[in-house]
Design a protein around this ligand. Structure first.
Ligand code: HPA
Ligand code: ZN
Length: 352
């Protein structure tokens, strides 16, 4: 916490501009979830892929989800238009362009290679296309963009292990491994060996846990997979002992408010437990998850969440942005530089 900024000098009506302009990190974004309907149709045409929907409007109309699985079915179908390295570059660069415009300084991006290799797409088409987009974002805007390879938890650990092995010729193009897809019935311990192998290779580890799954899945992600961040983690509040542990260990939670409402984890944003998680001292961050499907990119997540929850003000905006930088896998020097920029941004706002 910064003790030199007088947050009380920043009135509520200035929050939207502050949230938009503040430097921030994004640590929970599935690149396939940034595939906008317009790009799905453009790539379908470019690649000669047949879609189940006649046009963009009909596809968008199908984006009404009742839970995680109902979303995943449509999300995997949308990704079927991604075939060539160029497609992955275009997808990655379109996201990074939006993120740069939203003042994202650091993006750690998930991708799901198994969604593509299952269709016969060589794994390097995804890795090389996306890593090229990350390098281009650095050249264009000085953005720090890195990749995290996610395993699909509805598939077997042997398939996850084969995916990691297939990716190893391009080991330098990604910084970590993650775990996503259908949570219920697929506990973290199913992937103990592949996470241990990834760790031995020097890769970071993160896992989705406590989105739809119980607090025990968060504990297993920590104890068995030894992850360094929990993706979502909002169901941690059901276990006070776990909340205390997450606070003590300063374990980051990459929370995605709009996603949680779209997938019916909370009925409305006003019911979201983000203020409760922050008040418990947890290292909470704000992220977009699958922005093309859930109604907005990271700034929209900040804006709507702050509009819906009166407990969130300038101090909380600062804390959330700072947590994002601290929870990133960037170097200490990069983190210090971004936090310095954040401090200056809020100090200016408090002096205005
Ligand atoms: N949860 C699990 N898997 C996912 C998600 C999510 O929110 N988004 C994309 N894959
Ligand atoms: Zn996610």
């Amino acid at each position: 916490m910064n003790h030199t900024i007088d947050f009380s000098r920043i009135p509520r009506e200035r929050l939207p501009a502050l949230l938009r302009t503040m430097p921030k990190a994004e640590l929970h974004i599935h690149i396939e979830g940034s595939l906008e309907p317009e790009m799905i149709f453009a790539l379908a045409q470019r690649n000669g892929v047949k879609l189940a929907y006649p046009n963009v409007e009909a596809l968008r109309a199908a984006y009404a989800f009742s839970n995680l699985q109902s979303f995943l079915d449509i999300y995997y179908a949308g990704a079927s238009v991604l075939l060539h390295e160029r497609d992955f570059f275009d997808l990655g660069f379109a996201y990074l362009e939006k993120a740069a415009a939203e003042n994202v300084r650091c993006a750690e991006i998930f991708f799901d290679p198994q969604t593509h290799t299952a269709r016969g797409v060589p794994i390097q088409h995804a890795i090389l296309g996306l890593s090229h987009a990350c390098r281009r974002a650095h050249a264009e805007w000085g953005m720090h963009a890195r990749l995290i390879l996610c395993f699909l938890r509805h598939l077997s650990e042997a398939e996850a292990m084969a995916t990691l092995e297939a990716a190893l010729p391009w080991r330098e193009q990604f910084i970590g491994v993650g775990l996503d897809s259908s949570e219920r019935g697929h506990p973290p311990e199913k992937f103990a060996q592949v996470f241990a192998h990834a760790r031995a290779l020097g890769l970071h580890g993160v896992a989705h846990a406590g989105e739809e799954g119980p607090p025990a899945y968060i504990e297993a992600a920590l104890d068995v997979l030894k992850v360094e961040r929990i993706d979502h983690g909002v169901r941690s509040v059901e276990s006070p002992a776990l909340v205390q542990r997450l606070a003590r260990e300063r374990m980051p939670l990459t929370v995605c408010p709009l996603s949680n409402v779209k997938l019916c984890v909370f009925p409305t944003l006003a019911d979201h437990n983000l203020p409760e998680l922050l008040a418990a001292g947890l290292c909470v961050t704000v992220n977009s998850d699958d922005p093309a499907y859930f109604g907005g990119y990271v700034n929209q997540n900040y804006l709507e969440t702050f509009a819906a929850l009166p407990a969130l003000g300038a101090r909380e905006a600062y804390t959330l942005a700072r947590n994002g930088f601290e929870a990133s896998f960037a170097s200490a020097a990069d983190k210090a530089r971004w936090i310095g920029e954040l401090d200056a941004h809020f100090a200016r706002a408090a002096a205005a």
